[in-house]
Design a protein around this ligand. Structure first.
Ligand SMILES: NC(=O)c1ccc[n+]([C@@H]2O[C@H](COP(=O)([O-])OP(=O)(O)OC[C@H]3O[C@@H](n4cnc5c(N)ncnc54)[C@H](O)[C@@H]3O)[C@@H](O)[C@H]2O)c1
Length: 274
């Protein structure tokens, strides 16, 4: 999808962090951006940031885990903008639990937020992407944790998170294969560490069905080494235009991926000798 100008993008979870960075980046390309978030005030702030840069944006409230809420978002987008060309899914949570302490409820919460939210958004928006009158694109925000499997990062247990991000890798790659002939591209965004509010929003928006909100995490100064979310948008634009499967924001991680692939090749070599 080479020309984004004047096309319509919906960013689910666009009020903060990576979703905000994508919304700003697509706005800067001249797209009309619908910033949708469970926190409507944050979506409105991002809408105003895009508008201040002379681009067109609207804000909407959505529960990205709820098909009916997503359906209303799709209908209002098409009513207002006439079509949807790009869908970006960003809803996700992190749960700092060693795997041997994770409860059934922990698993259900993280699978619904990290995997099913993307599946539901794609299910709801796909009919509109199909009738968008040209090419369309889906960007599913996963993580480098879709390509690696470190048990902890900075002392945070990532087992549950990593399992769900690996599920997104399989989902996105198969979806891409299924939609290729229709001119609908699919990319998996795999960022490393980006400055965001993920720990706080994970705690704040945990629904009652999973035990309700958690106490807010201790406020910490973000490490200066974290990528600013504004840097993610232009990389995503490049990935959409070139229809790349993986959108990679942290090139320095390549060595880790190569080491993982080398370990896999080594296992093949080991069993080839049997
Ligand atoms: N920050 C990182 O280092 C990092 C790295 C790799 C991947 N990711 C992934 O990026 C995605 C976005 O996370 P972030 O780090 O930008 O966090 P963030 O908290 O800054 O942004 C998440 C946004 O999603 C919204 N949201 C939460 N529940 C929602 C719901 N039910 N419906 C609609 N919106 C909802 C939040 O209000 C928030 O605006 C997640 O999937 C996360 O796993 C983050």
């Amino acid at each position: 999808m080479e020309d984004l100008t004047g096309r319509v993008a919906v960013i689910v979870g666009g009020g903060s962090g990576i979703g905000r960075g994508i919304a700003l980046g697509l706005g800067a390309e001249g797209m009309r951006v619908v910033v949708a978030d469970i926190d409507s005030a944050s979506a409105e702030v991002v809408r105003d940031e895009i508008a201040a840069a002379d681009a067109t944006a609207t804000a909407a409230q959505v529960d990205g885990t709820d098909r009916e809420s997503l359906g209303r978002l799709a209908e209002s987008t098409v009513a207002e903008h006439g079509a949807v060309h790009v869908l970006s899914t960003n809803v996700g949570v992190v749960a700092d639990r060693p795997l041997d302490t994770a409860s059934e409820t922990d698993w259900e919460w993280i699978i619904e937020f990290n995997v099913l939210s993307a599946v539901r958004a794609v299910d709801v928006f796909l009919p509109h992407l199909r009738t968008s009158g040209g090419s369309a694109h889906v960007v599913i925000t996963a993580s480098l944790a879709a390509l690696l499997a470190p048990p902890t990062v900075s002392g945070i247990h990532l087992g549950l998170y990593t399992a769900t991000k690996h599920a997104l890798l399989g989902y996105a790659e198969c979806l891409r294969g299924e939609l290729a002939d229709e001119g609908i591209g699919v990319s998996l965004l795999c960022p490393g560490m980006v400055r965001s509010n993920l720990a706080a929003t994970s705690a704040r928006h945990r629904p009652a069905r999973y035990g309700g909100p958690l106490p807010p995490p201790p406020a910490r100064e973000p490490a200066a080494t974290l990528m600013p979310p504004e840097a993610v948008g232009p990389v995503v634009v490049r990935g959409i235009k070139a229809n790349r499967l993986h959108i990679l924001t942290h090139p320095a991680s390549r060595d880790l991926i190569e080491a993982r692939h080398a370990a896999l090749a080594d296992d093949f070599a080991f069993f080839a000798e049997v």
